[in-house]
Design a binder for this molecule. Structure first.
Ligand SMILES: Nc1nc2c(c(=O)[nH]1)N[C@H]1C(S)=C(S)[C@@H](COP(=O)(O)OP(=O)(O)OC[C@H]3O[C@@H](n4cnc5c(N)ncnc54)[C@H](O)[C@@H]3O)O[C@H]1N2
Ligand code: MOO
Length: 423
């Protein structure tokens, strides 16, 4: 496979627009394998279906009453009203959980409870409230019913052979309920994506330690692992790797062999010790897809692929790392998780009104963190959370973000913005 990196007029690799980088990544991933497995129904929540599911039977398997009342022949009640009731003889009772015995014949009815199976001959149910007992054997019907009223027909929920759920569908509680109703005990799902995480930098110490002067705690190892778990991935932490090319390469090579996606943070920009690009290139097949995107923050991100595993060199600054996760890693994990269109389709977003002017340079995508403040009878206010990409508290305080696209040079106070909520 050859990679198609954007070049400027002098042949130098230039910053790639975010949308282009996303499509290069997703196109390259189409050659990667997604594994599937069988999962017991109760454990299938939040998994993605690996096959189209057809209904193996009619649901319900028999017509059932949806009201407490009397199973009748609708024609027997035509014209019935409180001023001119019709009279029906109670000829039997449907026992719950049992097949009804007997048949409703003209002029007769069966007592039935909600959920009871409709006895043969009946085609509607009259609610108790619309009847008056005459004696133990006879009722007055004071409201007519049409055929099919107050019952659910065989196969009305879903018919045998009809599509129940499509391949790639994310299984929610209501979907598990549908599968339970159809008696599907084992579900073919995509295997959870495996993600390996490395943190690079001689200055990084485990977050649980007290850093001596010159060192800092590992923030990215935690934020990235948690973001992966949110997407249902299984995460392996390969720890903190020192800025030695040999150790970094050996760890990255091992992680690439063991995972669908590998993330490392730090070492993506052009500093002397920034080995990210070199080691991905060395892994090859094909190696680097994109290095440097027109994005703020997050410009130095590296996107690579090696032997079907997606590799991301995320900028070390904690906000930049999470922004790149949201825009690039998230779709890659969704791809391996089995999502049919890995770019977020129905992200939770709301319209808000920006409370001040925001500058933005033309030619790059700006990711603006915001807090939301409710306003009466108006969309909420979006208040930008300003701060450097090294300040994780700015993301922690943010309720969401909006994007300023490449051609736009800033937006004016009072404009509407589409805020994607940060979960
Ligand atoms: N001459 C240039 N310098 C820089 C450029 C540039 O274009 N030219 N880009 C800047 C931008 S933008 C960013 S973002 C950073 C990205 O740098 P790296 O990805 O190489 O990351 P490091 O240099 O290793 O670290 C940056 C920063 O983040 C801290 N860090 C790293 N890992 C962690 C972690 N796991 N937890 C918490 N903090 C972490 C690290 O200590 C640095 O402070 O490059 C700019 N430079
Ligand atoms: O891209 Mo850097 O992430 O602007 O801080």
């Amino acid at each position: 496979m050859t990679t198609d990196r954007l070049k400027d007029m002098l042949g130098r690799v230039s910053l790639t627009p975010v949308k282009k980088a996303q499509s290069v990544l997703l196109n390259a991933l189409t050659g990667s394998t997604r594994q599937t497995e069988t999962c017991p129904l109760p454990d299938a929540l939040d998994r993605l279906l690996a096959k189209d599911l057809l209904s193996p039977e009619d649901l319900p398997t028999h017509p059932r009453s949806t009201m407490d009342g009397f199973a009748v022949r609708a024609a027997d009640t035509f014209g019935a009203s409180s001023s001119m009731p019709c009279y029906l003889e109670i000829d039997g009772e449907v026992a719950m959980g049992q097949m009804p015995t007997g048949k409703v014949v003209q002029g007769k009815c069966f007592r039935i409870a909600t959920g009871g199976l409709l006895p043969e001959g009946s085609d509607a149910v009259v609610m108790f409230e619309h009847t008056i007992p005459v004696d133990g054997k006879m009722i007055e019907v004071v409201k007519s019913v049409g055929v099919g009223i107050n019952l659910i027909n065989r196969g009305e929920d879903i018919k045998k052979g009809n599509p129940a759920l499509p391949k790639g569908h994310l299984l929610r509680p209501q979907d598990l309920g549908l599968l339970a109703g159809l008696g599907i005990a084992d579900v073919a799902v995509y295997t959870r994506p495996r993600v390996g995480i490395l943190s690079t930098g001689d200055e990084i110490v485990p977050w649980s330690e007290s850093p001596p002067p010159g060192k800092i705690r590992n923030i990215n190892g935690i934020t990235l692992a948690a973001s992966c778990r949110r997407l249902g991935a299984e995460v392996t932490d390969y720890g903190i790797v020192s800025d030695s090319e040999d150790i970094f390469f050996a760890t990255l090579e091992r992680a690439t062999g063991e995972n669908n996606v590998v993330l490392f943070s730090g070492g993506s920009s052009v500093g002397m010790r920034d080995l990210g690009e070199r080691v991905i290139e060395k892994l090859g097949n094909p190696g680097i897809l994109v290095h440097g995107v027109a994005l703020k923050p997050g410009k130095p991100v590296i996107i690579g692929l090696s032997h079907g595993t997606a590799i991301f060199g995320l900028p070390g600054h904690p906000v930049s790392a999470m922004v790149c996760f949201e825009l690039f890693v998230d779709p890659a994990i969704r791809f391996f998780a089995g999502a049919p269109t890995p770019n977020k389709q129905f992200t939770q977003s709301i319209t808000a009104i920006i409370d001040r002017n925001i500058n933005s340079a033309a030619g790059r995508l700006d990711f603006v963190r915001v807090q939301l403040q409710e306003q009466e009878d108006m969309p909420p206010l979006a208040i930008p959370v300003l701060g450097k990409s090294g300040s994780i508290s700015t993301l922690s305080r943010a309720h969401g973000y909006f994007l300023i696209d490449e051609p736009t040079q800033g937006i004016n106070k009072g404009s509407q913005v589409k805020v994607t909520l940060l979960q």
